[in-house]
Design a binder for this molecule. Structure first.
Ligand code: SF4
Ligand code: SF4
Length: 203
């Protein structure tokens, strides 16, 4: 668990809770800290933040901690916490909301590569209407290579290509990566959803 003591911020507590609740569609006030969600979270131990604690951060108005913690970036959206929660609170939606808020506030992500992957996922999905692994990896790897080039780290680019080629082959063998670029019938609808989200939240 994170060692830091959470701070109650009276001035920001109400507005933070209101924004997160509205954007995520979750009733955070219903959380009575039973921690049933914590026991099932596959990344809680690794990140030092469990779903109940993340909710506590928001309720206390500790915006700094709520927007910059590893659970926000490492939540795998497995929905185990929501399934176990007696109040049907889906923390995956809360982590996604906080991620968007963190990006909108231009905070330095705690794990830049996860942030890059998230951006690549969102861009690829907007383009095809659904995620295609090849398209997503192309965007992600191009961005990573450009960053490494800027810092003159050419060895890292070669290592990355080798690692990703190996990973790609493994995924193809397991039929988890598809060369065919599937797309939804009405891509315009998906693009309209993205536009609406950007207009509404400035993310
Ligand atoms: S299971 Fe639900 S009510 Fe219990 S701590 Fe987790 S989010 Fe709160
Ligand atoms: S959805 Fe996220 S927060 Fe909830 S159990 Fe899965 S990894 Fe943990």
């Amino acid at each position: 668990m994170s060692a830091k003591t959470l701070q109650y911020e009276a001035t920001s507590a109400k507005s933070l809770l209101q924004e997160v609740a509205e954007r995520s569609g979750q009733n955070l006030l219903a959380c009575y800290q039973c921690r049933r969600c914590a026991a099932g979270c596959p990344v809680g131990e690794e990140t030092g933040v469990t779903p109940d604690r993340l909710i506590r951060m928001v309720l206390l108005g500790d915006k700094e901690e709520a927007l910059s913690n590893l659970l926000v970036w490492k939540c795998v959206a497995c929905y185990t916490c929501g399934t176990r929660c007696p109040n049907n609170i889906q923390t995956a939606r809360i982590t996604e909301t906080l991620k968007q808020m963190s990006k909108a506030a231009h905070l330095e992500p705690l794990r830049p590569r996860i942030a890059d992957f998230h951006n690549a996922f969102m861009q690829a999905t907007e383009h095809m209407g659904r995620f295609n692994e090849i398209e997503g990896m192309r965007i992600y790897e191009t961005r990573t290579a450009v960053k490494e080039m800027k810092s003159g780290n050419f060895g890292a680019i070669v290592d990355e290509i080798k690692n990703q080629a190996k990973l790609g082959m493994t995924m193809m063998k397991k039929k988890r990566m598809h060369l065919k670029a599937d797309q939804v019938k009405n891509k315009a609808e998906v693009k309209a959803l993205y536009r609406k989200a950007r207009q509404g939240k400035g993310a």
